[in-house]
Write a protein that binds this ligand. Structure first.
Ligand SMILES: C[S@@+](CC[C@H](N)C(=O)[O-])C[C@H]1O[C@@H](n2cnc3c(N)ncnc32)[C@H](O)[C@@H]1O
Length: 248
């Protein structure tokens, strides 16, 4: 099997600037800052922070923002778009930060690239202060197994570094297996369109065509509610936020 970290780095190094543009604003209606209960002046660290689009939501309230990511290209874009963010190259399995020092340890839209998320969430719990929180946000699959499998097949054609989109019940389990206690959870739902999801330039043309064909043939099986709209496809995107603290 090819090295999953190498696949991730290749995929995200290729088009980091375009990724930042395409995904700008995608968390704006989720109220992640309010949900996180973060206090003014807090230290906020994100694992898999990429270009820091998510982390920068905390710019006004936090005292210190730290982006940890595997991929150099993503961190270079984070540094140039958000100069106040401290960008650190590192793996979520071994975060280069002392234990119990961070008020909010977040991860957004990264767990579906990670086959074994428990060690990463355990590590996030390790660096959270006793009074701090761990915040997990990720896209979710259907609770129906067949739909979840079809969605993941499609995601894997779109992005070879995709590991698995999990249903809400599985996300709760991995958070708890990491020794974390769930404080709150919220499901968010919105719609996206194919032409934005498969942005020309960010994705190779032949890959866009393969995904289009797969949507036409199997989109209805994914539970993503694909609908034909003005020569495009629209589809439902669901994300889950879980706020947790280290268990006693
Ligand atoms: C889909 S991007 C999300 C970026 C950002 N959180 C956002 O939502 O805009 C996923 C990011 O996770 C990073 N990543 C994946 N596995 C990782 C790991 N084990 N440790 C650190 N970063 C990781 C990738 O390099 C990529 O930048």
């Amino acid at each position: 099997m090819s090295d999953p970290n190498k696949l991730i780095q290749e995929e995200f190094d290729r088009a980091a600037t375009l990724f930042a543009e395409r995904t700008k604003g995608r968390f704006d209606t989720m109220d992640a800052v309010g949900f996180s209960r973060v206090a003014p002046g807090a230290t906020v660290l994100e694992v898999g922070a990429g270009t820091a689009n998510f982390l920068s939501l905390f710019e006004e309230i936090a005292g210190c923002l730290i982006a940890v990511d595997l991929t150099h290209g993503m961190l270079a874009t984070a540094r140039s778009n958000h100069p106040d963010v401290r960008a650190v190259q590192g793996d979520g399995r071994r975060i280069p930060v002392a234990s119990r020092t961070v008020d909010l340890v977040a991860t957004a839209q990264a767990l579906h690239h990670i086959h074994e998320p428990v060690p990463v969430l355990t590590e996030m719990g390790r660096i959270a202060r006793d009074t701090g929180h761990v915040l997990m946000i990720d896209q979710v699959a259907s609770e129906r197994l067949e739909e979840a499998l079809a969605m993941n097949e499609l995601e894997l054609i779109r992005d070879p570094s995709h590991a698995i989109s999990r249903p809400p019940s599985a996300l709760r389990v991995v958070v708890q297996k990491a020794g974390l206690e769930i404080v709150d959870e919220r499901l968010w739902e919105g719609r996206n369109v194919f032409s934005q999801w498969m942005w020309p330039g960010e994705f190779p043309e032949d890959r866009i065509e393969r995904v289009r064909k797969s949507v036409e043939e199997h989109g209805a099986e994914t539970g993503m509610d694909f609908r034909r709209e003005d020569g495009d496809w629209s589809f439902r995107r669901r994300r889950m936020m879980i706020l947790a603290r280290r268990g006693g």
